[in-house]
Design a protein around this ligand. Structure first.
Ligand code: NAD
Length: 297
């Protein structure tokens, strides 16, 4: 059975690692947070005490880290994955990072005859726990085929989109669509409220038509409940939109609406709401119009 080194046991990495253990894979796990390592070790993983220890016997290394600088440190530093993994290892970085960084890391991997796939996910913690994430992958087709079964223990789909970096370009597209959908929903529902029409009735009237969406169905009930608990935090979405802006500027593809929603999120962060769910975008519109979109009795 394939031996896997798993690095990064946060909100997402922990349940993903547990699903691989349930499927019978041998796992060595590492995180700078010792408590996270111990929790996953209780489910049958070997607790590694360093990156080197996690990857030395692995055929596949999976990373699930916050952002590009963390991935570069874990992969490229003196104590990192590339310094200790065997030739022929396949590294699958499932973090949401800049596609530019993915390509840089992949280049270094090639020099060491290590394959690198960027494979970010969509679905959040509930789908990570269920093992039903949507996984979008960039990189070499042979390497993808070799890890496909492993990916399907963490997700319900894993699609090879193109060369290295394509996985993260796909994830950025996903994050742009989600952010702009929440902003559109917020603008429309605050208008309804200010016009004296019950936003909950508006939601039920339109959700089956062209304006209906997964985002609308996920976020509108939360807003009506006044529930701004994450979910997906504003500060993580800011990270993704910054990566989207950097990527867009590097290929001369302006994304003006993304820039606008980014500034709304920056305003929410300045007001101390960075740890709120991204449905808190509506609070910006509520402040502008002086109303609240909540369930009416
Ligand atoms: P998290 O902050 O909960 O977990 C990251 C983990 O990485 C932490 O346990 C941290 O200790 C560890 N880490 C950081 N630097 C390290 C290092 N140098 N060595 C070892 N471990 C290190 O983040 P998360 O919510 O699990 O998200 C991980 C990635 O998945 C992010 O890129 C995020 O954008 C993406 N993502 C998150 C969600 C979500 O809903 N939370 C959904 C989809 C995608």
């Amino acid at each position: 059975m394939t031996q896997i080194g798993f690095i990064g046991l946060g909100i997402m990495g922990k349940p993903m690692a547990k699903n691989l253990l349930k499927a019978g894979y041998g796992l060595a796990v590492y995180d700078v947070a010792e408590s996270a390592v111990q929790e996953v070790a209780k489910c049958g993983a070997r607790a590694a005490d360093s990156i080197a220890d996690a990857v030395k016997d692995a055929q596949v290394v999976i990373t699930m880290l916050p952002n590009s600088p963390h991935v570069k440190t874990v992969m490229l530093s003196e104590e990192g994955v590339l310094a200790h993994a065997k030739e022929g290892t396949i590294v699958v970085d499932m973090s949401s990072i800049s596609p530019i960084a993915s390509k840089e890391v992949a280049q270094e991997c090639t020099k060491k005859k290590i394959a690198f796939l960027d494979a970010p996910v969509s679905g959040g913690e509930p789908k990570a726990v269920e093992g039903t994430l949507a996984i979008m992958v960039g990189g070499d087709a042979d390497a993808f085929e070799k890890v496909h079964d492993i990916l399907l223990k963490m997700g319900s789909s894993a699609v090879l989109v193109g060369e290295v970096g394509s996985g993260n370009v796909t994830k950025l597209a996903n994050q742009i669509i989600v952010a702009l959908n929440i902003a559109a929903m917020s603008e429309a529902m605050v208008l309804a409220k200010k016009s004296g029409v019950d936003p909950e009735k508006v939601y039920h009237a339109i959700r089956g038509g062209l304006a209906g969406s997964t985002v609308l169905d996920a976020k509108m009930p939360m807003v009506l409940d006044g529930n701004f608990n994450p979910g997906f935090r504003i500060e993580l979405h800011i990270k993704d939109l910054q990566n989207a802006l950097d990527c867009a500027h590097s290929v001369n593809s302006p994304i003006p609406l993304t820039a606008e929603v980014m500034e709304i999120m920056q305003g929410l962060r300045a007001a101390g709401m960075q740890a709120n769910d991204h449905d808190a975008i509506i609070r910006h519109y509520e402040t502008l119009a002086g109303v609240q979109v909540r369930r009416e009795d």
